[in-house]
Design a protein around this ligand. Structure first.
Ligand code: PAF
Length: 280
């Protein structure tokens, strides 16, 4: 695996690939690589000639400074995992490589950046948009791969591609889960043993929600049952649970919307988790 720490080094590798008419797949990450990420690399390898993965803990998307400090950075292990799935190129820039001092980036995604995650983490999606724009402009991949676990992020990134008329195709890949159902996330390592067991209940709630939806239970009943079940998980603070439209993240209305998705965010004392499940 070739490691590039600067844009210049990466551009040289990419220029050669482009001269050789190789297609480029891109998997952006913030590191703490797990099976969810490696599955994105594997998918990208199956669809492209050259796969670039970036590891960059992007400061502009953290509205909580302590979350940024605590974000895991097991770089040696990350590199091993990327090698194990034959990632071709790792882009590993320093902050100064990606941002100039005092830089301001203004782009409004409208309502989709302000609701749900955006309401709880103000400015988060602006930061995601800012770095994803820089990475996509630099790498110009044919396809970029994102996990469905960050569902709202995938909507924002698709909007970014549309707004800036970028040529990259955004590929959204299914959530990978542990055997007990917990969605894989870099933050899971911050759960203690008891919390880890309780965290699997999120999947049970989402699965029940889906069964009830398929049995045509009233949405208000599904909402209430899910909220009560999530609130009964010990030491958990429920931030939101909602059944929303996949296209615009507004509360799902069968007369207006197509496919619904249940989204949830909750906080354990040591970590905040999000998850979702498509209901149809
Ligand atoms: O999903 C992530 O890990 C990050 O939000 C991303 C897309 C790498 C941007 O920093």
């Amino acid at each position: 695996m070739k490691i590039c720490k600067t844009k210049k080094e990466l551009s040289a590798v990419l220029a050669l690939a482009k001269t050789n008419k190789q297609s480029i797949g891109f998997v952006p990450t913030m590191g703490a690589i797990h099976t969810g990420h490696t599955s994105l690399i594997t998918k990208s390898k199956s669809e492209n000639d050259l796969v670039v993965c970036s590891i960059f803990v992007n400061p502009t998307q953290f509205n909580d400074p302590s979350d940024l400090i605590k974000y895991p950075r097991p770089i040696a292990n990350d590199m091993q995992l990327l090698e194990s799935v034959n990632c071709d190129v790792l882009f590993l820039p320093e902050i100064s490589e990606m941002y100039s001092p005092g830089e301001i980036w203004e782009h409004s995604f409208g309502e989709i950046e302000l609701c749900w995650e955006g309401a709880i983490r103000p400015g988060h999606f602006k930061g995601v948009g800012q770095i994803v724009y820089k990475l996509l402009s630099l790498i110009q991949p044919d396809k970029a791969y994102f996990g469905q676990k960050d569902f709202q992020q995938t909507i924002v990134v698709k909007q970014l591609v549309k707004d800036f008329q970028l040529l990259t195709e955004i590929v959204v890949c299914p959530i990978l889960r542990a055997s007990d159902g917990l969605a894989l996330s870099s933050r899971n390592i911050r759960l203690n043993e008891l919390e880890r067991v309780d965290a699997a209940k999120i999947y049970n709630v989402l699965s029940d929600c889906k069964s009830q939806f398929l049995q045509q239970e009233a949405i208000s009943t599904i909402q209430l049952t899910a909220e009560n079940a999530l609130k009964s998980i010990p030491n958990v603070q429920l931030e939101y649970f909602a059944i929303v439209a996949q296209e615009d993240l507004k509360i799902w209305d069968s007369t207006k919307h197509m496919a619904p998705i249940a989204i949830v965010a909750l906080r354990f004392p040591s970590v905040r988790l999000i998850d979702n499940m498509v209901l149809e």
